[in-house]
Structures are given as C-alpha cells and as structure tokens.
Design a protein around this ligand. Structure first.
Ligand SMILES: Cc1ncc(COP(=O)(O)O)c(C=O)c1O
Length: 391
C-alpha cells in the first residue's frame, strides 16, 4: 500500500514525553546565563505570573526541578504528618504511586480500588469519607495515564470540600492544559503538573499549586521535607528567585510556551487536545478497534489490541518500521492496549501518519484489514482535522 502521510520523520506520540515545538527547542539551545541576573529574573517572574493563568488560580504555582513524581511527593510532604489518614483512588499505575509515596511517609492509606479503565464512582469517595471522618485528604489522578481514564474531578472536589478537614489533592500531570481544571473555582487544594506533558517541554520540571486550605495544612504538617519545602520555594519566588539554583533552560523554554498560550488562549490548547483525541477514537472505530477506557481522557487514548495480535509486537513494529513511538500497556495490560498521546506540538500530519502507521502495522503483523477500510479511515480522519482547523 502506498503511504499517504508517513515519511522519514521520527514521531513522538507517547502520552509524555511529547513532541516539542521548534521555538521551544531554540530557547533550550540558548547560551547559559546565571540564574541571579536581571535578564533571567524577568523570565522567571513572567513564568510565575503566567502559570497562575495556566492553572486558573490566584494562588502561586511553584516549580520544582524534578519529574512529576517529585511534584507528587511535594504535595504529600507539604500537607500531611506521619499517621494522618488519606483516601487514595487507585485505578492504575499512578494511583498506586500516590499510595506508595503516602506509605513511605507513614500515612495511613485507605485505597479506593477501581477497575483499571473505569472512572471512580464519586459515591465510593463519599462513603469512605463519611465512614472515616479522620481522613485528611483525598488523592487522585485527573487522568490515570496507564489506562487513559478521566476521573470526575469537579464532583470529587465538591465531596472533599463538603468535609471540614479533607484536602482534595489532584495529580494533573496528564490533565492540566488538556481539559478545564479551574483550580480556584472547583476547590482543588493541591494540583500537580509535569513539564513533559501538555506544557510540551523536556522532562524535568514539576509544578505544584496549593490552595489557602492547603497552605494552612502546610503550617501543621510534620512530614520531613528539605528539597521539597514549598514554603521556602514560595518565599524565594516572591523575591524573584528559586529556592535552589534555577533550571534556567527549562524556565526560559517555559516562558516561550506560556507566552504562546497566553496569546492563543488556554481554550485553544484544550480544544486541540480534545480534537486529536476525538480524531483518534473515530479512526479506531473505523478500523474496528475498541477504546479501552470507559471514561476516555482527552490527553491520551488507549486502544484495545485485537485478540489475535501481540500488542508489544505492534508497538515495536510501529517504531521500527514507521518511526512512530506510542506506548503499550503496563502490568496486566502489557501487550493488551496501545496508548497514543494527544499532548505536545502535534501537527495534523503527525496525527494522520500515526494512524496510518497503526493501520499498516496491524495489517502487516496479521490483523485482517482491507486497504479500502484503511484508506476510508484515514480520509475521514483527514477530513475531521480539516474541519476542526476551519472552526
Ligand atoms: C498521571 C501521571 N502521574 C505521574 C507520572 C509520573 O511522572 P514522572 O515520570 O514525570 O515522574 C506520570 C508520568 O507519566 C503520569 O502520567
């Protein structure tokens, strides 16, 4: 079959890290400056100010030179004390990570186990909070990336907010910038993001925002913290500095990204992510593939690999034959699902080439797909993206 969209380019279509724009790459390549210079302080202040718009909050958003998991650890150590009880939504790998970090700091974890691929039922959370009034926090993902599942954040926030002493802590690492998550309006208490996702930077910066309630909890919290002391970070930020040496290259690149979002609008970024996920779901349907999650996320789509196909082989085939990187499943989902990301600087051609690589790879490793069906699915995806661009 002739290739319609694929060429020699490498395409990074994972749910993070993601494809980075040329402008951001150019900022990353600039000569180094010291972090205590007026020129850098200006960039830092710009980022700290624009991050509030990105998180839809009046609260300070702090950045830490760590991966997203560091941001998760910071969320916990800055709000709780050893022995505190927390409820943790565990619906995949990253829910397990919340529980693991909480246990490391000797918190008492009430796991709310949810079948992988399903969203948590808010009633489950309400029940556990009512029967355990000592619970001081509800921890969840907004998007559980390992299953590409979106949780009902607004509803969960309202349940946690109705309890006097319960913080609502959200891992928004594959969610902030992908769908509306208005921090102040919904009453989120701690929100974590990571640079290698919707912010379309290299891995290495995490972002954490605390509500007033969470800052009050910080004052009481006794979990040990040194590198992740967010109060020290905030105080340094107020002086136009960071607590430790600044991640100068990342922050200058972040400034480019946030200036761009400021101009084009957060809604435009969210719309683009939503369009790519919709396009992927529709193409999957046209190719006869099933969507794995019952509550699909806009930031990443998990496709169930047909039973006759080894998903690990499929992923590898797309990479080695077509230069397209997507992700497979983890743990019991290994070989069973394929995860395609919708964050980053993805062009329409990247999207269509990925769908083409998927269809051709499926056919080449033995899934019965007709050329006609593949062509129809690709034409329909192309048409959809054109229509979205014209809106
Ligand atoms: C929802 C979620 N939480 C946490 C993480 C961990 O982030 P990192 O690998 O940057 O530590 C990821 C990474 O993919 C994620 O998707």
């Amino acid at each position: 079959m002739n290739k319609r969209f694929l060429d020699d380019q490498y395409r990074l279509m994972a749910p993070g890290p993601v494809k980075i724009s040329r402008q951001v790459r150019e900022a990353l390549a600039l000569p180094m400056v010291h972090h205590r210079t007026p020129i850098f302080t200006k960039e830092l202040k710009n980022c700290l100010s624009l991050l509030k718009n990105f998180f839809q909050t009046k609260q300070p958003v702090m950045m830490i030179p760590s991966t997203g998991s560091g941001g998760m650890e910071a969320a916990i150590v800055n709000t709780f004390s050893p022995g505190d009880s927390v409820a943790v939504v565990v619906s995949g790998k990253f829910g397990q990570r919340w529980a693991d970090i909480a246990r490391v700091y000797n918190l008492n974890v009430h796991a709310i186990d949810v079948s992988w691929g399903e969203a948590v039922d808010p009633d489950q959370v309400e029940k556990i909070l009512s029967s355990h009034p000592e619970i001081k926090g509800v921890l969840t993902q907004a998007c559980e990336t390992s299953t590409a599942t979106w949780h009902p954040i607004k509803e969960l926030a309202s349940i946690a907010n109705s309890k006097k002493n319960t913080l609502f802590i959200v891992d928004g690492i594959t969610a902030v910038g992908c769908a509306p998550l208005p921090f102040d309006q919904w009453g989120i208490d701690v929100l974590v993001a990571g640079s290698q996702k919707a912010l379309a930077l290299p891995t290495g910066l995490s972002f954490v925002c605390l509500s007033e309630r969470a800052w009050k909890a910080h004052a009481q919290s006794k979990c040990p913290k040194y590198y992740f002391n967010l109060l020290k970070e905030r105080q340094a930020n107020e002086k136009g500095q960071t607590f430790f040496s600044s991640a100068v290259s990342h922050i200058r690149a972040l400034s480019i990204f946030l200036n761009h979002v400021e101009k084009s609008g957060l809604e435009a970024l969210i719309r683009r992510t939503g369009n790519l996920s919709q396009c992927t779901r529709k193409a999957a349907e046209d190719l006869g593939l099933e969507i794995f999650s019952k509550s699909p996320s806009p930031s990443v789509t998990a496709l169930r690999v047909p039973q006759n196909i080894d998903g690990t082989k499929l992923r590898l085939h797309m990479e080695t034959q077509y230069n397209v990187t997507v992700m497979g499943g983890q743990d019991h989902l290994k070989g069973k699902i394929l995860r395609i990301g919708h964050m980053g600087d993805i062009s329409n051609n990247d999207q269509l080439a990925t769908l083409e690589a998927l269809a051709l790879s499926l056919k080449e490793i033995g899934h019965p797909l007709e050329d006609n069906q593949i062509n129809k699915a690709l034409s329909s995806a192309e048409e959809f993206l054109k229509m979205c661009s014209n809106v």
